[in-house]
Design a binder for this molecule. Structure first.
Ligand SMILES: [Zn+2]
Length: 291
C-alpha cells in the first residue's frame, strides 16, 4: 500500500534539543513517531500498525528500539506490539499504556494515567487522559511535543467511537490549553480532508484560507502537513472553535434540529456534521487556493 506521504519529513527536536523526532510513514496514512533521545542510542515508537518499517527505520538510524508508547488499542496502534511479540522481541521492550485500556495492551510493562510522568532521554514527559475516540486513550507530552494519537488531528479530531461527545470535547479543550508552540504529532495524515470540512463550516476564516494554501502546496509534493502547532489548530481547527459565530451559523443551517446550547453541544453537532461527509462534495475549486 502506497503511503500518502512520499517525501520524508525532516527530523525535528524538542524545545531543549534533548529529543529528536523522526516520522515513519506506515500503511496508507499512519504516522509512527520515533522519539530519539540524544543521550543514548535508544528509540521509542509511539504506536504503530506494524513493526517492520519501524525496525527498518531504527536500523537505518543506528538506533535500538527499546520501547513503545501506546495511546490506545485500535489495531493500527498496537499492531506493532503484536508483530514484536511474534518476532520474540516484545519481552525486551518497555511498553507504556493506559491503566484502563479498552483491550489488553500486548507486552505492557507499565500502566499510566492522567498526571503520571515518564522519563525519556532525561526529559520528563506528562501523561494526559484524552478519551472520547476510545476509552482509555492517552496522550503524551514531552516538552513541546504532543503525541495525541487519534484525539486531536491536524485540522480535525478523531471519530467518537466510544464518546460521549462531551468527553471528547473536554479532552480537546485540555489539549487546546497547552502552549501555542506545542507541536501536534497525531497518528494520521488526514489534514486535507479535515481542512476541506473546516472550510465548509468556516469560509470566512482568513487564517484557515492561508493554511489551506500552505497544506495543499505541501501535499501536492507528497510532503507531510503534520506536525502543526496548537496556535494553528486554535486558529483553524473547527473542533477547537465552537465559539466561532460562523461555525455555529453553518452547523445550525445544515443541522437545523441540532442542540447548540453549549460549546460541548456545538462540538457534538459539528462532529456529527463531519460524519455525514458532505464536505467531500467540495471540490478544490471551492477552496481558497488562489488567495
Ligand atoms: Zn484509533
Amino acid at each position: 500500500m502506497k503511503h500518502s506521504v512520499t517525501t520524508p519529513l525532516q527530523p525535528f527536536r524538542s524545545l531543549s534539543g534533548a529529543l529528536e523526532v523522526q516520522m515513519v510513514p506506515v500503511w496508507q496514512d499512519n504516522l509512527v513517531w520515533l522519539i530519539l533521545p540524544q543521550d543514548s542510542d535508544d528509540a521509542w515508537a509511539v504506536d504503530g500498525p506494524e513493526a517492520a518499517p519501524v525496525l527498518e527505520a531504527c536500523a537505518a538510524l543506528g538506533r535500538r528500539l527499546c520501547g513503545v508508547l501506546n495511546t490506545h488499542t485500535h489495531r493500527d496502534h498496537i499492531g506493532i506490539n503484536l508483530d514484536l511479540e511474534r518476532q520474540g522481541m516484545l519481552s525486551e521492550m518497555r511498553v507504556i499504556g493506559s491503566t484502563t485500556p479498552k483491550e489488553p495492551i500486548p507486552g505492557q510493562t507499565r500502566a499510566v494515567d492522567d498526571g503520571d510522568t515518564l522519563l525519556i532521554g532525561g526529559v520528563e514527559g506528562r501523561v494526559l487522559r484524552t478519551e472520547g475516540h476510545q476509552d482509555g486513550h492517552l496522550s503524551f507530552l514531552f516538552e513541546d511535543l504532543l503525541f495525541c494519537g487519534d484525539t486531536l488531528f491536524t485540522g480535525g479530531c478523531g471519530y467518537l467511537f466510544d464518546g460521549p461527545p462531551a468527553r471528547m470535547f473536554e479532552s480537546l479543550m485540555r489539549l487546546a490549553d497547552l502552549p501555542g508552540h506545542t507541536k501536534v504529532c497525531c497518528a494520521h495524515e488526514y489534514t486535507q480532508d479535515n481542512l476541506r470540512f473546516a472550510w465548509m463550516v468556516e469560509p470566512e476564516n482568513e487564517a484557515l484560507a492561508e493554511r489551506i494554501r500552505r497544506v495543499w502546496d505541501l501535499r501536492s509534493r507528497g510532503a507531510c502537513a503534520v506536525p502543526s502547532t496548537l496556535d494553528e489548530e486554535r486558529a483553524t481547527n473547527p473542533f477547537l472553535r465552537p465559539g466561532s459565530p460562523c461555525i455555529m451559523r453553518e452547523v445550525a443551517r445544515r443541522l437545523p434540529e441540532a442542540d447548540l446550547s453549549t460549546y460541548a453541544a456545538i462540538f457534538a453537532a459539528t462532529r456529527a456534521l463531519k460524519d455525514r461527509k458532505d464536505h467531500r462534495e467540495l471540490s478544490d475549486a471551492d477552496l481558497p487556493l488562489h488567495g
